[in-house]
Design a protein around this ligand. Sequence first.
Ligand SMILES: Cc1ncc(COP(=O)(O)O)c(C=O)c1O
Length: 451
Amino acid sequence: MSANDLYELDRQHLVHPVSAWATQEAEGPLVLDRGSGLTVKDHTGREYLDGFAGLWCVNVGYGQKTVVEAMNAQAEKLAYVTGYFGFASETAIRLAARLAELTPGDLDHIYLTQGGSDSVDSAVRLIRYYWSMKGEPQREHMIALEYGYHGSSSTGAGLTALANFHRGFALPLATQHHIEAPYPYRHRTGLDADVIADCEAALRAKVAELGADKVAAFFCEPVIGSGGVIVPPKGWLKAMEKTCRELGILFVVDEVITGFGRTASMFACDHEDVVPDMMTMAKGLTSGYAPMGALAISDRIYREIRDLTPDGKAIGHGATYSGHPVAAAAALEVIRLYTDGGILSQAQKIAPYFEARLRTLADHPLVGDIRISGLLAGIELVSDRETRAKFAPELKVGKKLLGLTRDLKLLVRCFDDGIIGLAPALTITPEEVDLIVERLRNAFDALMLQV
Ligand SMILES: Cc1ncc(COP(=O)(O)O)c(C=O)c1O
């Protein structure tokens, strides 16, 4: 089909996620057609360097043949098995066991989902169920972070703290709350200890305001992703874990972006020996080769839910594609690539170079802040480095950057407010790191002429 035909059909029929429908229709799609490693080609054959791994998910890079083979083999053998009525597939069982092994501490029980939003939604439902079974149904309130993102399910979008996920959707719910995020660059002192202490105090204050016996859980990302790649100070996650334990509320870590090597360890929780009550995962789980996520549940919570549920009564949470055998086959092979295949150690080796090269951009007059955790990075551009002032919204800096980087054959995330997100495949080479940095500098130079 010709490029023009595709553009036209897209405009008429394909509804794009998180898009301004009229703008999308007017501008049409960029149709990507094939990929290998970090390189993707569009439908006209133009090549781009993907510095964002699709949507921070293709951690093993494009074109990994063994993943495709594993999926094919499973699809040929048995394309579908339900998890309902006691059925299971070998791939789903092995995947659950492998995830129990890889996730920290006693996160030993795995509910396989259809993606990140479903993982968060499953956590929310099971937390409500848990407290109800424990005889504390009044624990309705959930607390998350400003700038946080927890997907777009009808309740998860309320834990998300981004305005366009609330506007017109009657969210957040009265039971959903947001507290100050650990954002050193925009914090009153920017000192690690103060950032941590302020977040702890904010959580305590919110729980006191709502009533200590009314709060069910606190949700957070170890590095805030879609809210602008905000990297908290070291020790922050541990401090939040400790605070939740003291307050007697459940602690949920959303590792949908940070999981599977993105921060140069299997999970971000591993950096600080954190063991949450529940952990949500997706993206790097299958590296985007198939849609799948997971919710890991601690042994303690699992057993309580199991034992408090009335005899023989099914817990009403499930989906047709939970534990899909083909997606599970993809995940098993992707995980093998991270571990035995050496991709996680490759990421650990290249991460210091990625950081050092990105930090060379700090001298650019538009760059206010550079934040990095492994192969996850955010660059915050500002209109004034002294005052840290953001660009006026009418300048549409995000949109300009998107155009400029694409013209330079670089795919990165350009947030509306002038923040750039980077999350290349973990297989990135030093030459590709250099290319990303060179193209970013050129894009910033070009942007200077337009703002
Ligand atoms: C931290 C976090 N949680 C949840 C989600 C939702 O995942 P999905 O888009 O797979 O539904 C995302 C997606 O970007 C995410 O970054």
